[in-house]
Write a protein that binds this ligand. Structure first.
Ligand code: NAD
Ligand code: TYD
Length: 334
């Protein structure tokens, strides 16, 4: 099987590239190498005969057309993926997550690929007070990020209905594990705790997320790719629901740091209070998460402890400017 994986130098995409190579697939990894993309994330497969890399933008039709040639399936991870950055600068989110997805869909249609997997997010539903979202529920995104992801998956589903392209959409929940860029909650708080600097908890910290380990997320995408029904959407959640403050305390415990590092700061605008997913549909295809949250979190923390050389260079340069913009006033005002 030949796969075109986009965004394979990012967090989840790189884990999926490893999984696909292990399973005997040929992989073309197309990645723009934004601030979030790092070839080091796939360095150990770089010389594998079944792997090739193309430095390109999913919104660039000519590059995408070449890359898709001969692929059996396209798995689209490429995206701007961080809510806080989308609030600061939404334009790039719309360009990559909506327009880029449409360019990729068109190239897949022209090349006649057998399957297009759009990796989407539970955030397209917006917030839910009780119960869990099902795939038939309406979408109601809150942030420029989630609205852009909703735009991308609507394009994908339209390419299915209008042109008959074989599309499946996965709506994954909050993912964690090794190689996650330290702007998202878990890697940010783990690395801040290790450096003994403040953990900026937005608002009261009682916002709830459904957490999934990265390999379980990839396994779910693989299941949807292999066995999903064309035109269908699959919720993909780990089922471990916790408020942010619980995650924060676990991280402090695992890193041996004091709760004095917790700083409650000004809340994120439009902050969704709770996400929760009903995953019956994907489970009916035989998928279920393999990892328990406390064990997987402990393993993840150990990875960041052992791999300072991975995250320390990231937390300088461009990251510093972003961190100042996002957090300096919040921390000063708290
Ligand atoms: P990430 O930010 O770590 O990686 C994104 C990758 O896409 C990077 O390698 C980047 O260089 C690449 N990229 C960005 N713009 C591109 C463009 N225009 N063309 C080609 N490549 C481009 O993201 P992630 O956390 O690995 O998320 C991967 C996908 O999964 C995204 O689509 C995201 O919306 C979705 N998702 C993420 C989570 C999560 O918790 N991280 C949860 C559910 C869904
Ligand atoms: P994040 O990892 O950005 O994922 P998402 O916004 O896509 O769910 O944030 C997870 C939760 O953690 C979310 O409720 C916002 C919160 N959060 C903080 O409280 N402080 C922070 O510095 C960050 C990055 C997130």
């Amino acid at each position: 099987m030949r796969l075109l994986v986009t965004g394979g130098c990012g967090f989840i995409g790189s884990a999926f590239v490893h999984m696909a190579i292990d399973r005997g697939a040929e992989v073309v990894n197309l990645d723009k190498l934004t601030y979030a993309g790092d070839p080091a994330n796939v360095a150990d497969v770089a010389d594998h005969p079944a792997y090739s890399f193309l430095h390109a933008d999913i919104a660039d039709a000519a590059s995408v057309r070449d890359a898709v040639e001969g692929a059996d399936a396209v798995v689209n991870f490429a995206a701007e993926s961080h809510v806080d950055r989308s609030i600061l600068d939404p334009a790039e989110f719309i360009r990559t997550d909506v327009l880029g997805t449409a360019v990729l869909l068109e190239a897949a249609r022209e090349a006649g690929v057998d399957r297009f997997v759009q990796v989407s997010t539970d955030e397209v539903y917006g917030s839910i007070t009780s119960g869990a979202f099902r795939e038939t529920d309406p979408i109601n995104p809150s942030s420029p990020y989630s609205a852009s992801k909703a735009g991308g998956e609507l394009q994908a589903l339209a390419w299915h209905r209008t042109y008959g392209l074989d599309v499946v959409v996965t709506r994954g929940s909050n993912t964690f594990g090794p190689r996650q860029y330290p702007e998202k909650l878990i890697p940010l708080f783990v690395t801040n705790a290790l450096d003994e600097i403040a953990l900026p908890v937005y608002g009261d910290g009682m916002q709830v997320r459904d957490w999934i380990y990265v390999d379980d997320h990839c396994e779910g995408i693989w299941t949807a790719m292999a066995d999903g029904e064309a035109g269908q959407i699959y919720n993909l959640g780990g089922g471990y629901e916790a408020p942010n403050i619980e995650i924060t305390r676990r991280i402090l415990d695992l890193t041996g740091r004091d709760e004095g590092l917790i700083k409650h700061v000004q809340d994120r605008p439009g902050h969704d209070r709770r996400y929760a997913l009903d995953t019956t549909r994907l489970r009916a295809l035989g998928w279920e998460p393999a990892r328990d949250f406390p064990g997987a979190l402990a393993e993840t923390v150990r990875w960041y402890v052992a791999r300072r050389e991975w995250w320390e260079p990231i937390k300088s340069g461009e990251y510093r400017a972003y961190y100042e913009r996002q957090y300096a006033d919040r921390i000063a005002d708290s």
